[in-house]
Design a protein around this ligand. Sequence first.
Ligand code: ADP
Ligand code: MG
Length: 462
Amino acid sequence: LWQRCLVRLEDELPSQQYTMWIRPLQAAVAQEGAELVLFAPNRFIVDWVRDKYLERISELFAELQDGPVPTLTLRVGAARAATPTPAPAAPAPVATAAPVVAAPGQQFASPAAKETGPVAKHRHNLNTSFLFENFVEGKSNRMAAAAAQQVAENPGTHGYNPLLLYGGVGLGKTHLMHAVGNSMLKRNPNAKVVYLHSERFVADMISALRNKTINEFKRFYRSLDALLIDDIQFFAGKEQSQEEFFHTFNALLENGQQIILTCDKFPKEIDGLEERLKSRFGWGLSQPMEPPDLETRVAILKKKAEESRIELPNDAAFFIAQRIRSNVRELEGALKRVIAHVRFTGAALDVALVKEALRDLLAIQARQVSVDNIQRTVAEYYKIKIADLLSPRRSRSVARPRQIAMALSKELTSHSLPEIGDAFGGRDHTTVLHACRKVKELREGSTEIEEDYQNLLRSLTS
Ligand code: ADP
Ligand code: MG
């Protein structure tokens, strides 16, 4: 009976709790069918188990036992010395790592018993290819990656629980989240780590309510060492799910079980999310993830090419990275097309091949960003009039933005230098060329201008 009970407890409890409180217990039958004694190595464990787990153990006994349920007694001591009389409080044996009652190969360790538990259902839902090792760090994600590493090493640490990663699509939130889970499992293969999308949580909860298995549902989530919920913005407007999640959330936090969440925006900005949840989400650490800068985009391309065993020359990597800016997913998509093109044609991977492989993509981009659009965006950014950009005025306050707008037009559209000159009040193509060179120089010499330029690029291309 105790062995069957252990199988269930192992399933239901976070592995840390199980190892710490349940494993050291040794069972001995005091009176066949009438009394079972659980020996614990010390008084502290006895008290703790009585407080936290005894009720559940009794429930399980009642559930698992066909005949009369034996009464349960908790004592300090070791099972070997088990007699109907209490074991002397003398030297308490140190908790052994291995359960004494369940011999290896018995039901306790039976894989069949595990497969049927609710945990087995979710155990393999981590994507094993999302790792810290293949996550490229840069300015835009370094803080988030560091926080994730910290959580992987010390799950449940106060101040890092919950860990919330937020930011736009394709920036690596899901990747980092899985990386934490994979790393936790590597450190502790028994850890119960569950990843799921918030929509899945909602769907599971609804079916648990319908099938009247909500208690099992609750117990399952409360049994985890770490719960990873992706895209919590989908909780918006789903009141009942929020309610259930709120309770699960609190139960886990109270016991120091780790929670990791991702969201496409800062949770305070989600409409339809309860205030108490918003404030709870902020209890731990919230880390933004930003679109990667050029250098990081190049590093990501290089890394992914290497993983595909493709030699990607620097100029080709820069060419792609300069044009695909919005997020890593699109960057990956572009690289996949390039690689497919290389494999298909057998041609050498160079800038010409990249242009060919990404032709439609670049054409769409060029069409999307018009010179008009650039002029409007730049004027707004520098708080000047569009007419100023087109006018002959040469004062610095308009000449600089004008040069930047010209350089952006050259970079983002497929218009020729004379066409761009025309669009800026009929200027000569050499003026445009000069502007492009000047802006390049300014960007290299001033972080402020580089930042302006990047901001403008981002708002024009995202
Ligand atoms: P999000 O969840 O933020 O929408 P994902 O984690 O799904 O984004 O990332 C999209 C794709 O980009 C995934 O294939 C992921 O592996 C990859 N990716 C994102 N950031 C990085 C990075 N810094 N290094 C390597 N790959 C990355
Ligand atoms: Mg995601």
